[in-house]
Design a protein. Structure first.
Lengths: 142, 120
């Protein structure tokens, strides 16, 4: 007497497989938030915030720049993209670039990232924090 | 004119034993994944409790396929394993099969197996 097993299959369990969208994250939501905020302060937008409109030479003047795991972000100033009546704020531009961030994501778990934004208006003798926010889950999936 | 004839007889013979097969169904319960959502390129394990229809542990020679079936019925083979000790614990009757994520999509992950008889 030998043992045999009849053919069959199990009921199964659901599985969702997601792909990482490898992209340069330009944080559309962040820019919209920033636009709305600056407008409440009386700013008038005079140009679109695009890489072409930014003067890359002055990016090095940013006061704060940090990155983790290959991601980097920078805050730049002194662009004539916004104008306002406030003398201490001639113009502010913000440009974030996180190239190929997905290459540095952990292979286990759900990767997320956060970006801390702080915009400081500077007068001759003082500084004023104009915007201080944290944006999370900047990397998204297709 | 003479004709050729053959006398009746029999050969010495060779031994043959025809045995009976004790057929069993395979019962899979408590199927689970470490994560129900995963990323392309990731690995994880499928786990389940597997017994025969009378509750006994499965023999180590049983071979099964772990497959992912999408909503259109398309099937992707994730792994093909036998119930060796590194895959199946006959004491707990738990099987653990590692696999890599198939392409992005929605699937049902299941075990399947063909009719199999104990090897001689």
């Amino acid at each position: 007497m030998v043992i045999g097993y009849r053919a069959g299959q199990s009921a199964g369990v659901p599985l969702t497989v997601e792909s990482v969208q490898r992209t340069t994250e330009n944080s559309t939501g962040l820019l919209e938030d920033l636009d709305a905020f600056l407008q409440t302060l009386g700013f008038r937008k005079i140009a679109d915030l695009t890489p072409e409109n930014l003067n890359r030479d002055v990016t090095e003047k940013c006061s704060k720049s940090s990155g983790v795991g290959g991601c980097s972000a920078s805050v730049s100033g002194e662009f004539t993209l916004w104008e306002s009546q406030f003398p201490l704020m001639g113009a502010i531009a913000l440009y974030l670039e996180i190239p190929w961030c997905a290459d540095f994501l952990p292979r286990e778990g759900v990767p997320t990232c956060s970006i801390n934004i702080e915009i400081i208006g500077e007068g001759d003798n003082y500084q004023v924090t104009l915007l201080k926010r944290q944006y999370s889950t900047c990397v998204y999936y297709a | 004119m003479s004709l050729i004839g053959y006398r009746g007889g029999s050969s010495t013979g060779v031994p043959l034993t025809v045995g009976s097969v004790e057929w069993h169904d395979v019962i899979v319960t408590n199927e689970r994944l470490e994560r129900s959502t995963m990323m392309e390129g990731e690995s994880q394990s499928y786990r389940a409790t597997v017994t025969d229809d009378v509750g006994n542990a499965i023999q180590s020679w049983l071979s099964v396929r772990l497959v992912a079936v999408d909503s259109n019925g398309n099937k992707i083979k994730l792994a093909e394993v036998s119930f060796a000790p590194d895959i199946y614990n006959p004491d707990t009757k738990e099987v653990a099969i590692a696999f890599q994520a198939p392409p992005a999509g929605q699937y049902t992950v299941k075990l399947e197996w063909d009719d199999q008889i104990q090897p001689s």
